[in-house]
Design a binder for this molecule. Sequence first.
Ligand SMILES: [Fe+2]
Ligand SMILES: [Fe+2]
Length: 259
Amino acid sequence: MPNDVFTVLYLGDIIGKPGRLAAAAFIKKSRADFKIVNGENLAGGLGITPSLAMEMLSCGVDAISTGNHVWRKKEIVPYLMAEQRVIRPLNYPPGTPGFGYTLVEKNGKSLYLVCLEGRTFMGTVECPFRATEEFLQERKDGVPTIVDFHAEATSEKIALGWFLDGRVSVVLGTHTHVQTADERVLPKGTGYITDIGMTGATDSVIGMEKGPVLARFLTQMPHKYEVAKGDIEIQGVYITIDSQTGMCRDIQRIREKVE
Ligand SMILES: [Fe+2]
Ligand SMILES: [Fe+2]
């Protein structure tokens, strides 16, 4: 890889143990300069624990972003305050434990990873647009920045892409667990994709066993969900960033079956 660019492997929400095993094997083989994952579904499909975060970090993951499910396992809260490589969404009220962004430094290269949570069809978090604006106003060090926008609505994600075009390296979406085919480099140089997908079972409902999900839709009664097994798909993106400008040279979707 020439010196004027660096590469980032970014995997979508990793679902439970089958997702973790597949992601770990894929990450160990990858020659990307930085390896980042969304880990909000690492623990049985809902939430993240310190030991599972450490498991991913020990496989070569440089930073872990999360989303709305980050709070599911209580033991993660003190860990989020101590481990800066594992972040929660930035746009929570002041005083929320943990960090909303992290500076990843490796082999003389560095980048910021920012996590944001959407507001459309989601919880009542603070404005993701203003939170990013504040972040950018505070840090004018020219370090390339990747924004993981963990959000439900495609329109909210596309709007944030335009809002940040030319100001960050990449805006990538997570949370829906369904990969979109709209990856591109926006006119001012920001890489964009509405959703990078998940790393989990293909024959599932967004990573969970089909039966209980169907039962819930059919009866409207609560059912216990379980992580789906079977063939796993690795989904994410491979990003090439210009070291000088911090802008995106290329963004490629990853969608690979693991038997
Ligand atoms: Fe998720
Ligand atoms: Fe989510």
